[in-house]
Ligand binder design. Structure first.
Ligand SMILES: C[S@@+](CC[C@H](N)C(=O)[O-])C[C@H]1O[C@@H](n2cnc3c(N)ncnc32)[C@H](O)[C@@H]1O
Ligand SMILES: [Zn+2]
Length: 323
């Protein structure tokens, strides 16, 4: 990371400025806390990180290489909705700064870089940040990107410094999502955007998922879930109801721009395909033909306009703005 990108980062504890101390360390000029630098990546985590987050970081570091493929991020039924929220950044000026939180293997960061945006790509899992850096390097996009390990609830950026914060499929991995809203609100410039993509709705956690778990237990009575097999965030989350988002926004005085409902039949089909593929080696995963996926997306777009039924989306995308 070049020195001209240092002003984008701050101490996660006191938000003081950071300075380098040799190649393997950074120090906060205000509170004197020190942070290691692993192979050029600042690890800006507070010293007492909760066990929950340590487990999340371990799980995602161990699965960084094939995570995007396993989650079918390149399938049309998924990528189509990612394209939707990237539209939010369409008219950003060159030099605008976007922090990607829980960015995983860096797919979002690559798309933003293509739009001329300066990206701070972050994740709590160092393996994911390294995967994102490799992806950027392979695409010739390493310039003007900051790669950093940090916790979504304690963002290492100065107050009022960011044009946008983007978090995709990671809010439900946090023990205290409200703290993320507070941290993002603090770091955004006035008028800056908070974009939250692909967060699960609540209803499947009380209906479809218990039924699936019951069926799975009937089919495999002796099978114990190995702690390395799934992330603690995915195990513990109960998704978000619309009222949860309203509550988080109100608590921070953020203005709602849009709350999009995504995935109906498509969500169900997606999880069935994911389940089948979880039993297959990575190189033999199956997927639906593209025409069927397009038909699913079109059908879901129709369902999203049907009164009452529209409430039963599997996921949300929220766009908000700091006043
Ligand atoms: C389901 S993945 C999504 C990755 C990526 N945004 C995507 O859409 O492909 C969730 C990500 O959240 C990260 N994560 C979990 N807890 C976090 C935390 N407390 N702070 C920052 N990132 C976190 C995980 O390491 C993982 O990379
Ligand atoms: Zn400090």
């Amino acid at each position: 990371m070049s020195d001209d990108l240092m002003p984008f980062l701050a101490c996660p504890l006191c938000k003081g400025s950071l300075k380098r101390v040799g190649v393997n360390q950074m120090e906060c000029l205000s509170c004197k806390a020190t942070y290691p630098v692993d192979d050029g990546i600042p690890i800006l985590l507070p010293p007492q990180l909760e066990e929950f987050k340590i487990l999340e970081a371990k799980f995602h570091s161990n699965n960084a290489d094939y995570f995007a493929e396993r989650a079918h991020r390149f399938s049309y039924r998924v990528s189509r909705y990612h394209d939707d929220y990237l539209v939010c950044f369409g008219n950003y000026q060159e030099g605008a700064v976007v922090l990607v939180v829980g960015g995983g293997g860096g797919l979002e960061a690559c798309r933003l870089k293509n739009m001329g945006i300066t990206v701070i790509e972050s994740d709590v899992a160092v393996g994911m940040v390294k995967r994102a850096r490799r992806r950027a390097f392979d695409n010739g996009q390493n310039a003007h990107t900051v790669f950093v390990v940090c916790d979504a609830e304690q963002l290492p950026c100065p107050d009022n410094s960011l044009d946008a914060v983007l978090i995709v499929a990671a809010l439900h991995h946090l023990p205290s999502p409200g703290s993320f809203f507070a941290a993002a609100n603090r770091a955004l410039k006035p008028g800056g955007q908070l974009v939250i993509g692909f967060e699960p709705n609540r209803w499947p956690y009380y209906t479809v998922m218990p039924v699936m778990r019951f069926l799975s237990r009937m089919l495999h009575p002796n099978r114990n879930i190995n702690p390395g097999e799934t992330s603690i965030g995915d195990m513990e989350t109960k998704g978000f109801a619309e009222a949860d988002f309203e509550h988080f926004l109100r608590a921070e005085g953020l203005k709602k721009v849009s709350l999009q409902r995504i995935w109906y039949l498509g969500g169900f089909v997606h999880y069935v395909v994911l389940y089948i593929n979880s039993k297959r080696p990575a190189e033999r995963m199956i997927d639906l033909p593209i025409t069927l996926q397009r038909a699913l997306v079109a059908f879901d777009d129709f369902l999203s306009r049907v009164p009452l039924l529209r409430k039963f989306c599997w996921h949300w995308t929220l766009v908000a703005q700091r006043s």
